[in-house]
Design a binder for this molecule. Structure first.
Ligand code: TYM
Length: 342
């Protein structure tokens, strides 16, 4: 049976890339699949987080999920730290994955930077926890942005190696010839890699020091308008064919954002706006961005005024997630050969 899982870290500002590359697509997946959406607070602490700020951000990401249209009654919304089986399974995966596999992860290299000796061990082990997030529910599909592709390939490798290493035990315990599914990444649509508004060669990111590089989900209409107006472009008008965007990363990015916000394609956007000057196109982009994002920001503010409600949603989601995760973890213990006391 198909099951969708995905996660978002409660670190820094949620931005348009997180929304278009992930959260907006989470909302769509609800119509066709059972979905589990997780605020990955244990991943967040792989780099230092102020405790008060972490609590606020966990609630804010939850508020963003709900405000964007995720239904926590039909699906599951929870925070990772409240389901202990994520950490338990991650340990088993630490023992399945090879040093060489983890050493190849580009996100670790980027985040650890030059001072690798000073990076937390958790930052290195991050991808094994991510594999555990997904596989503790035996999820089959994971909607993410392009930057998570390598982590999902590692998840598949871990599932495969577990299934191979324990093939005999998996069969003996009645699970046939494979226990974990080989999860499929879903990296679709025009906005799987939204770029910085200041530099078309850099990804839009929570940690960019310039706030003008990104549109935050909580930005008001004036701020969105200012950021789009100041967005870097080149002097040429928009091309009429998508081929014309290949060597123009900033134009390409704005067209992709417009397409994702309006549920169309870059081809369709250029059919309407090809030949336009950026001044005109940017004004149109501000309109669609404000129309789509302002209601989400308003709803987030409304939800954040009642943290008790958000906490109740997370508690309910955690209870339901734990039931599934506990079943998987019991099976994993049997398969690995641990003696179970309950
Ligand atoms: P995180 O919190 O960095 O980002 C959340 C989601 O947003 C996507 N994203 C983008 N998409 C398009 N353009 C961008 N500029 C952009 N920036 C971020 C990310 O690809 C992601 O889908 N490791 C994950 C969190 C995680 C997870 C998981 C995801 C933990 N466990 C299990 C899926 C399944 C992360 O750091 O995402």
């Amino acid at each position: 049976k198909e099951l969708v899982f995905s996660g978002v870290q409660p670190t820094g500002n949620l931005h348009l890339g997180n929304y278009l590359g992930a959260i907006k697509r989470f909302v769509t997946m609800q119509e066709t699949h059972d979905c589990i959406y997780c605020v990955v607070d244990m991943h967040a602490i792989t780099v230092w987080q102020d405790p008060k700020e972490l609590k606020r951000q966990i609630r804010e990401v939850t508020a963003a999920f709900l405000a964007a249209g995720i239904d926590p009654k039909k699906h599951i919304v929870f925070n990772q730290s409240q389901v202990a089986q994520h950490a338990e399974l991650a340990w088993v995966f630490n023992c399945i994955a090879r040093m060489g596999w983890a050493n190849r992860m580009t996100q670790f290299k980027e985040k650890a930077g030059k001072d690798r000796e000073n990076a937390s061990v958790g930052l290195f082990a991050y991808p094994m926890l991510m594999a555990a997030d997904i596989l503790v529910y035996r999820a089959t599909h994971v909607p993410v942005g392009e930057d998570q592709k390598q982590h999902l390939e590692l998840t598949r490798d871990i599932a495969q190696k577990f299934n191979n290493d324990f093939a005999e035990s998996i069969a003996e315990n009645g699970f046939g010839d494979a226990f974990f599914p080989i999860t499929e990444p879903l990296i679709h649509g025009p906005a799987t890699r939204v770029m910085s508004l200041r530099d078309g060669a850099k990804k839009m990111s929570k940690s960019d020091p310039s706030d003008y590089s990104r549109i935050n989900l909580t930005d008001d209409a004036d701020t969105i308008a200012q950021k789009v107006r100041k967005a870097k472009t080149d002097p040429e008008p928009l091309p009429s064919e998508v081929e014309g965007l290949k060597t123009r990363p900033e134009a390409d990015n704005l067209v992709a954002i417009y397409a994702a916000l309006t549920n169309t394609t870059p081809e369709e956007v250029l059919r309407d706006h090809g030949g336009s000057q950026f001044s005109g196109f940017k004004a149109a982009l501000v309109d669609v961005a404000v129309t789509k994002l302002a209601p989400i920001a308003d709803e987030m503010r409304r939800l954040m005024a009642d943290p008790g409600h958000i906490d109740a949603v997370l508690a309910d989601g955690s209870d339901r997630a734990r039931v599934i995760a506990a079943q998987t973890m019991d099976a994993v213990k049997d398969i690995v050969g641990f003696v179970r006391s309950r």
